[in-house]
Design a binder for this molecule. Structure first.
Ligand code: 0RA
Length: 649
């Protein structure tokens, strides 16, 4: 989750007493100004007004309930996506206080719901730690809701109040008896503010699952009223369960995950770790339940302890001999899955997206806690310890072999005077920002593409047959395979440590494959290669997928093309007379002219840009699709046929 800063302070913070007749009026004005500011510039408070911002509304409220759980008063949170488009969050905490606040002459609840930053006023040492902009959440959600109702169970009573666009339309009143305590907030996002209506189950479920992992013992229920679907997230094991979940379809190396939990100087530190038999590293780090994707002091502390603990143990146990070199950081990270979660009183978030933990003291705290616990774990579990070290040693050997292979590729390409692969039909333009390369499946389609292209700015690299599955093969094998080497040389970036995105020779890298099963397999293999070895090409928005037409529609001399089923139907419906419809099966069926006009001509082609929104999920999907274990793959393909197709988009 991302935190957002105010670009400008709300006016009432700057001028608390500006020329108003009475203190009471001044406060009323402040409230209105505060909520008005939120409505005027919602992006500043929730990041954006698209789907992501919309879902942020739910998270803001849930964060408050989580805080109540962290304070030890709440163990159940229920989120409901209602059929009318509203959402509600209920918890069994103490309930938001309802008594009149003397200085404001209003119930605390109303202040919480209408005043930005009101949360701080209640802090009063009550909350040990807190995620997000605590207390800001509720008033922001209120300001951005067409309608919001709140119910509080407290003092044996149920209280109720209703708001429209942040303003109360009823007084807070007791409406009945209650034999529990808790808070219920239901809100309808304002359609004047949000562009894209509609909750997305997967997005909400993902975050709630994550919160349930990070806050063990808290039950979080998600309900979709429309589909009559309920999910309950509850993890007694907390982040140990999280790590097992991340490794669920991969063979594991150490059966029992390592787990550390300790409090130092008010900071609660938890680390769980388990190796799998894959090659990728997955380290997720959270501070106060916020996903710190940019890392920070907790991750630094973890990393420095990881390598040194393993080296110390490996030597002591005689698994690494005296004369051998130390395991390197890269060796101990292969197949590593870890979750780091810290909870602290005053988190400082830095970095571009405010997702980097800045508190410097945390580095040493994590290092100490993790170092002690991991050493003890290795000493108490010799078989697991041996399996982990052996895995690292294999990685070290592979790294050596890969380095030799890389050096060879680099040396060769130097010797061959930066020889571009013979298969490559390069373009004449030299400015990369104007150049495109089509990676084309098969020699025949490659031939058509070469003839049909605009050679001034379009290069063609044909690939013969299938490329190596990079999820299954080791790095040295991958880098010495001819197809991959041709690709790397053609792109010009190099690979591994020497990878340099600024050397990319084409700013559009376009994968063009047949619309059949083989084609989509090759496409997935290529995407996997980019995801694993050149993720920067994806994140810099340089990777595209060509979209050949599915149908050719011909009536007399008039020819047109349809790229989707829907488009075909629309065109046919508009036509009078009977056209001839043929379905394209492969790129090879098109002559060079057709290929140019339908798929390569920038004026009327369709390109899809490849984006990876959620790297953890993508990692999982690639691994399942391309990895070693067959069963999960089958299962995945059977149950997610639709999603698999979307993966290619
Ligand atoms: C302020 C003070 C107290 C609780 C809360 C706020 C509170 C807020 C939310 C928002 C959603 N659920 C919530 N639960 C509690 C402490 C009240 C006390 O001292 O009893």
């Amino acid at each position: 989750m991302v935190e957002f800063e105010y670009a400008e302070a709300p006016s009432y913070l700057l001028n608390p007493k500006e020329s108003t007749p009475s203190a009471y009026d001044a406060k009323a004005i402040q409230v209105l100004e505060g909520l008005e500011a939120v409505r005027r510039r919602p992006g500043m408070y929730i990041g954006s007004t698209d789907n992501r911002g919309l879902h942020h509304l739910i998270y803001e409220i849930v964060d408050n309930s989580i805080d109540e759980a962290l304070a030890g008063y709440c163990d159940r949170i229920e989120v409901t996506l209602h059929a009318d488009g509203s959402a509600s969050v209920a918890d069994n905490g103490r309930g938001i206080p309802v008594d009149i606040m003397k200085d404001r002459g209003k119930p605390a609840l109303e202040v919480v719901l209408t005043l930005l930053h009101a949360g701080g006023k209640f802090g009063g040492g009550g909350y040990k730690v807190s995620g997000g902009l605590h207390g800001v959440g509720l008033s922001v959600v209120n300001a951005l809701s067409e309608k919001l109702e709140v119910r509080v169970m407290r003092h044996g009573k149920e209280y109720f109040q209703e708001y429209r666009r942040g303003k109360p339309v009823t007084d807070l009143k007791a409406v009945g008896k209650a034999d529990t305590t808790g808070t219920y907030v239901r809100f309808m996002p304002d359609s004047q503010i949000f562009e894209e209506p509609g909750w997305q189950w997967d997005i909400v479920a993902h975050r709630l699952r994550e919160l349930a992992f990070l806050n063990k013992g808290v039950t979080i229920v998600l309900r979709d009223e429309k589909r009559d679907l309920t999910y309950t997230f509850y993890f007694e094991g907390g982040i140990v369960a999280f790590v097992k979940h991340l490794n669920r379809d991969k063979g594991v190396v150490n059966l029992r995950p390592m787990y550390a939990e300790r409090e130092i100087e008010g900071t609660t530190i938890e680390v769980a770790l388990q190796y799998n038999q894959g090659f990728a590293e997955t380290v997720l780090a959270f501070a106060n339940n916020i996903d710190t994707v940019e890392g920070g002091s907790h991750v630094t502390g973890f990393r420095s302890a990881l390598t040194s603990v393993l080296n110390k143990y490996a030597r002591k146990a005689g698994l690494v001999r005296e004369q051998d070199p130390n395991l390197a950081g890269d060796d101990v990270r292969e197949g590593l899955t870890a979750v780091i979660s810290v909870k602290l009183r005053e988190p400082q978030f830095e970095g571009q997206t405010k997702t980097k933990l800045g508190n410097s003291e945390v580095r040493g705290q994590v290092e100490t806690v993790f170092s002690d616990a991991y050493t003890q774990y290795l000493e108490e579990n010799p078989p697991d310890a041996r399996r982990i070290i052996e895995k690292c040693l294999v990685a070290a050997r592979a790294r050596e072999a890969a380095k030799r292979a890389r050096d060879l590729v680099q040396r060769k390409s130097l010797l061959e005077s930066a020889t571009l692969p013979g298969k490559l039909a390069d373009c004449s333009e030299r400015d990369p920002s104007l150049c495109e390369i089509y990676i084309v499946e098969g020699d025949s389609a490659g031939g058509s593409a070469k003839q049909g292209r605009d050679r001034r700015f379009q290069a063609i690299l044909p690939l013969r047959g299938k490329i190596l599955n990079v999820e299954k093969a080791r790095e040295d094998k991958i880098l010495t395979s001819e197809q991959i080497r041709n690709l790397i040389t053609a792109l010009g970036t190099g690979v591994g440590e020497k990878f340099d995105i600024t050397k990319l020779r084409y700013h559009r890298v376009i994968v063009m494959t047949d619309a059949d099963v083989d084609g989509s397999h090759i496409r997935t293999l290529l995407l996997t290669f980019f995801f694993r070895y050149m993720p920067q090409v994806i994140s810099a928005h340089n990777l595209y997928i060509a979209h050949p037409p599915l149908y050719k529609i011909q009536r007399g001399k008039e020819v047109s093309y349809a790229y989707t089923e829907e488009q075909k139907n629309r065109k046919l419906a508009q036509m009078t007379g009977k056209p001839e419809v043929s379905r394209y099966k492969g790129l090879g069926e098109m002559n060079p002219d057709q290929l140019w006009s339908t798929t390569m001509n920038p004026e009327n082609r369709m390109l899809m840009r490849v984006e990876v929104e959620d790297t953890v999920e993508a990692d999982k999907i690639f691994d399942i699709l391309m990895g070693n274990e067959v069963d999960p793959r089958k299962h995945f393909i059977q149950t997610h046929a639709k999603t698999v197709r979307n993966l290619d988009v």
